[in-house]
Ligand binder design. Structure first.
Ligand code: PLP
Length: 418
């Protein structure tokens, strides 16, 4: 009987499949570790948010930082997504995927002069500035190019996102944006400055937010600022509420896209302005699995069992970085009762652990396991630590799979070294 794991990754008689395509068949050709993504789940993730916000004019600027593999960016572009880029590199990927500069918002706490010059020159839709000083630099660069930069200011409303401290960005202690008290003054002082055109207000209070309260309060604070600016004669074009909507890593129900929209739209409606949304995780998180192979097992005298995989924190750092939880599914589970396992990676760090005491069926060397819900902040955060090579990536669409990024080779890595 098929066991439900997640809608795109299901167990069948041929083992775990992604939208009907056997993960074993992919591994036979591509080897492990490999990220496998469901195109259907990505489209569904995007459309769930788009449909939820149908009652209010809005534009989804998918946050490239969640996953910027070119084929995925192209897929999102093909269904109408605009983009939120966090660096010159992400802007380049968006352009390569066929995005027009006007459909890019450029966010980022430390934009370099070269990145700003280029963003102004190509005319991105908005630069979300992080400080008054950055606005001044943008104004000077734009004026020297004889252009007007479209800008918004990232506001820090001092709201606790309630997620892991390392991915909460909207508190006073965080490095992001400017306080609401300062924001109004910063806008007022720079109103009419040559080279600047204020087009929006921006907020992003964190990621993996699992209750609507913080998202609603942030939208309310931003809408209030937009109305104050209108009173000051500063006419904006949009209210950018950032991203942050969480996903159910542990299978427990959390905030739906509809709940999110239901909380945000009434707050923003009073501004009469369209919304910009920057979701990342909620679009691609459920769509990916990291498939790895067991390379060793061992049992300590106290009974603790370890399965060592050929993927670790180099391929997926979230568990080591945030203690994050991911479901782990053997690709072909053995029909024996589960027991607690520590699922670990091969890296020489004790934090290189995917799960402790996880109830799983027996595992043996060469078994394949899938680490689920790794479509967001997975491959984008991969590194070459311990000289591991960046994994391959595969996209499953309509019953077919395509290699969308080949596995890195050691020659690729050494080619950079002199
Ligand atoms: N926008 C900004 C400015 C971000 O920093 C992030 C990520 O933290 C996002 C959007 C996307 O967040 P999420 O993937 O939680 O939707």
């Amino acid at each position: 009987m098929p066991t439900f794991v997640y809608q795109s990754f299901t167990h069948t008689d041929t083992g775990l499949v992604c939208d009907g395509v056997s993960l074993e068949s992919i591994v036979e050709r591509v080897d492990t570790p490999v990220y496998v993504y469901s195109a259907r789940a990505i489209r569904d993730g995007y459309r769930a948010i788009d449909d939820a916000f149908a009652a209010h004019p809005h534009r989804i600027h998918y946050a490239l930082k969640a996953n910027s593999t070119l084929a995925i960016v192209r897929l999102l572009r093909s269904i109408g997504s605009a983009f939120d880029a966090n660096s010159g590199g992400e802007i380049a990927v968006a352009l390569c995927a066929g995005c027009t500069p006007a459909d890019i918002v450029f966010t980022g706490v430390g934009k370099t002069r070269a990145e700003l010059e280029r963003a102004i020159a190509i005319g991105v839709g908005a630069i979300n500035a992080e400080s008054g000083g950055e606005l001044d630099r943008i104004a000077a660069l734009a004026a020297s190019q004889g252009r007007e930069a479209r800008v918004a200011l990232r506001d820090n409303p001092d709201i606790d996102a309630g997620s892991h401290p390392n991915i909460s960005t909207g508190l006073k202690i965080n490095k992001f944006g400017v306080s609401l008290e300062d924001a109004r003054t910063i806008y007022r002082e720079r109103r009419g400055r040559p080279g600047l055109r204020f087009v929006g207000v921006h907020v992003h209070i964190g990621s993996q937010i699992t209750t609507v309260g913080p998202l609603q309060r942030a939208a309310r604070a931003l809408a209030t600022l937009a109305l104050e600016l209108r009173d000051d004669g500063i006419t904006l074009e949009h209210v950018d509420v950032g991203g942050g909507l969480g996903i159910a890593y542990e299978g427990r129900p959390i905030v739906s896209a509809a709940d999110y929209a239901g909380a945000v739209i009434p707050e923003v409606r009073r501004t009469g302005l369209p919304l910009v949304l920057e979701p990342g995780r909620a679009v691609v998180g459920h769509a990916g699995a990291l498939v790895a192979r067991v390379v060793d097992t061992k049992r300590y005298p106290d009974g603790r069992r370890f399965a060592v995989l050929d993927a670790g924190m180099g391929e997926l750092i979230r568990p080591a970085l945030y203690g994050s939880y991911h479901q782990i599914a053997p690709v072909r589970p053995r029909p024996s009762p589960p027991a607690p396992w520590d699922i670990v990676g091969p890296i020489c760090e004790s934090s290189d652990v995917f799960a402790r005491d996880r109830a799983l069926p027996p595992l043996e060397v060469d078994d394949l396991v899938a680490i689920l819900d790794t479509g967001a902040y997975g491959s984008v955060m991969a590194s070459n630590y311990n000289r591991h090579l960046l994994p391959a990536e595969v996209l499953v669409d309509d019953g077919q799979w395509t290699l969308i990024r080949r596995r890195q080779t050691i020659d690729d890595v050494l080619a950079l070294e002199l």
